[in-house]
Ligand binder design. Structure first.
Ligand code: ADP
Ligand code: MG
Length: 341
């Protein structure tokens, strides 16, 4: 019975493709539902929703195999649906003028180091994902704490909040207290404005990222910074061996797109940390050999490689940026925060 119904929906995909385009043109984007996709009826939509695929974006970034498995649609039709969701999402161009106006809303979180801020064009941007990668002990978690303080110095009508997703149990409130004092903030105020959640595995981590929207919408918090420290550690630990690589990348892709959507929709800054591959002989001198490969690299707006420099300093190298020159700078991590050399 179920099978027949699925087949009927399958055949409908071709017929409804053009109709769907017409319908979507008339509907505001926020009202699009899965049943607006060609050949997706209530039954298929429900199966997808139950598995967490409830928006065009989530369909656009998934794989045909996943849809086939969940719904019983043929692979060809699963592909069409994905293709459709993708093209629907970038239907309609924005004027460059509008984009410039949107760019003017971008805020910059100072790092506390003038050299580092200059490298980043003024600081860590809102509306973007900034990825920092280094070897163990490079200073990624320190930077996460520092940004959690510095973002609170942004003057806005509504007090800025931080969501800190901690996957390695390395968030330290004591460090926040130290840094708050260093930045001239009341430590209790600073602690109150950081919402910390420990993520126990990759699914939990993804779920926590999804919850950020609730904090913004239901609790009406002005979340300005979302930290995911570490972005890749759970994924790396859970998906071992070549056979699982595709699945890992698919999940990471979904996670990154959700983060990007948060950054874009709420003009907040996403800061994620990543490790370089543990094969220093093979990858020596190649700072781009971070975990997560192209998926993480492409979704990140800014990528910074952090390494230890002379006399305990740190060197940050900007690898990828849409509008800034590549370059390097050095600074110290001190008890009070970053210090220029
Ligand atoms: P990662 O997250 O990249 O593995 P961390 O951010 O945990 O690395 O960096 C650890 C380093 O940060 C330590 O080795 C130390 O040099 C520096 N550090 C940690 N705490 C402090 C502090 N209170 N003051 C100054 N530097 C610190
Ligand atoms: Mg760390």
């Amino acid at each position: 019975m179920v099978r027949r119904q699925v087949c009927v929906e399958d055949e409908m995909v071709e017929d409804t493709m053009e109709n769907t385009e017409e319908i979507l043109k008339k509907k505001p984007k926020q009202d699009w539902t899965l049943t607006d996709l060609p050949g997706v009826g209530a039954l298929t939509a429900e199966k997808l929703s139950l598995a967490g695929y409830d928006t065009f974006m989530s369909i656009a970034v998934t794989s045909p195999g996943e849809i086939v498995e969940l719904t019983g649609l043929t692979e060809a039709n699963a592909r069409k649906i994905i293709q459709f969701a993708r093209s629907a999402l970038d239907m309609g161009f924005e004027n460059a003028e509008d984009i410039l106006a949107k760019r003017q809303l971008v805020e910059k979180i100072s790092t506390g180091s003038k050299a580092f801020d200059d490298l980043m064009g003024g600081g860590i941007e809102t509306g973007a994902i900034t990825e920092i990668f280094s070897e163990f002990g490079g200073g990624k978690t320190q930077m996460a704490h520092i940004l959690s303080i510095m973002v609170q110095k942004i003057k806005e009508e509504k007090e800025p909040y931080v969501v800190f997703i901690d996957t390695e149990n390395t968030f330290r409130p004591e460090r926040i207290v130290q840094l708050a004092k260093g930045a001239g903030l009341d430590p209790n105020y600073a602690l109150k404005h950081i919402k910390v959640a420990r993520a126990y595995n990759s699914d939990h981590q993804m779920l926590l990222a999804e919850k950020v929207e609730e904090l913004i919408k239901k609790q009406n918090l002005n979340v300005k910074l979302v930290v995911v420290d570490s972005l890749t550690a759970h994924f790396r630990a859970e998906f071992i061996g070549r056979g699982t690589l595709a699945e890992r990348q698919q999940k990471l892709n979904k996670h990154m797109h959700l983060l990007l959507k948060l950054a874009d929709t709420y003009n907040l800054s996403v800061y994620v940390t990543n490790q370089v591959m543990a094969k220093p002989d093979q990858f020596f001198g190649d700072p781009t050999a971070a975990i997560g490969g192209h998926i993480v690299a492409h979704a990140s707006t800014f990528r910074i490689y952090l390494r230890k420099g002379k006399k305990g300093s740190r060197v940050a190298k900007l690898i990828d940026s849409p509008n800034l020159a590549e370059g390097e700078c050095s600074f110290y991590v001190t008890e009070e925060g970053l210090k220029d050399i």
